[in-house]
Design a protein around this ligand. Structure first.
Ligand code: NAD
Length: 298
């Protein structure tokens, strides 16, 4: 039985860890957040005091981290995990830029370390229910080596390509669409509300019409209908990913006018204090903006 390491025991990481522990794996982990560590220990995980200790103990080491800065610190910083060959396979499930995928790969190659860039989709529910989608970039033989473990965590495991950033490219396209749908749902529901259309009935009707989407289902039923925006997937994280997607478009000198508008829209929502809420809270921001406009303040 393999010994698994996990760095980043947050909304996505913790349920994955819980599933691995339930399957009987030994799991060691690291996080800077005390509350997360306590929960990890209560589930049966073994904490370590420095990330690089995990590369000495574990066959496979996952990371699920909130920003590029943190990923760089964990991989390259003092006590980091990418500075010598130990035989551990490193799998980064965080969403980072293609540039960072390449930077990590170049260093991994230098130390003869196996590294896969494997962003995931499916949200916290997917993480809990083992229905995540893994979009993996990197060597196929390394993918084959770890796919039995990925199959315990997700339902759809794709080797996108040998190119290290291939999975990330797919993931960024996915999250660009999430940005579109989330904004569309927010504005559509706001209009419906103003027209006194019952939002539950609207969902039932649009759920069997072309206006349906998985994001409408997710954002409405799990968050907007309950007026509860505890994340989930925060607006901060969505904005991070939209920035990566737009950077990619800019590299190819593409004009994507709606995507650029979205970036501005989400940037302002984050500036106005919505960043730590689930992305579905964009609906509340749209409502707030409308009332400011109707009061002649916009
Ligand atoms: P999160 O903020 O809930 O979890 C991140 C964890 O990393 C936290 O427990 C935090 O304490 C820990 N952390 C922060 N700095 C650290 C450090 N220096 N050392 C060790 N641990 C540190 O974020 P999340 O929602 O779990 O997302 C993690 C990654 O997965 C992100 O890259 C995100 O874009 C991606 N993702 C999230 C979702 C989602 O629905 N939440 C879906 C798909 C992909």
């Amino acid at each position: 039985m393999k010994h698994i390491g996990f760095i980043g025991l947050g909304n996505m990481g913790m349920p994955m860890v819980e599933n691995l522990l339930n399957d009987g794996f030994e799991v060691s982990g690291f996080d800077i957040d005390e509350t997360s560590l306590k929960k990890f220990v209560s589930l049966g995980g073994k904490p370590v005091s420095f990330p690089n200790l995990l590369t000495l103990q574990c066959d496979v080491l996952f990371t699920s981290l909130p920003s590029e800065k943190v990923v760089e610190k964990i991989y390259f910083g003092e006590g980091g995990i990418l500075n010598k060959h130990t035989g551990t396979v490193l799998i980064d499930t965080s969403t980072v830029s293609p540039d960072l995928n390449h930077k990590l790969k170049n260093t991994a190659d230098k130390f003869n370390v196996k590294y896969l860039a494997s962003p995931v989709s499916g949200g916290v529910i997917g993480s809990k229910n083992r229905t995540l989608t893994f979009m993996v970039g990197g060597p196929k033989e390394v993918f084959d080596e770890v796919s039995p473990i990925l199959e315990r965590l997700g339902k759809n495991i794709f080797h996108v390509g040998e190119r290290i950033d291939s999975g990330t490219t797919v993931k960024l396209i996915n999250n660009l669409l999430i940005g579109f749908y989330t904004a569309g749902v927010a504005e559509a529901l706001h209009i419906a509300n103003k027209q006194n259309i019952d939002l539950d009935s609207l969902f039932d009707m649009l759920n069997v019409s072309y206006g349906q989407s998985r994001i409408y289902d997710r954002n409405y039923n799990n968050y907007i209908a309950k007026s509860d925006y505890e994340a989930g997937f925060t607006l901060n994280l969505l904005l991070k990913d939209l920035n990566f997607a737009i950077d990619l478009a800019n590299k190819h000198q593409l004009a994507l006018p709606i995507s650029e508008e979205l970036l501005e829209l989400y940037g302002k929502a984050v500036d106005d204090g919505y960043g730590n809420k689930d992305m579905a809270a964009l609906y509340e921001r749209v409502k707030d903006q409308s009332s400011i406009k109707s009061e002649g303040l916009l």
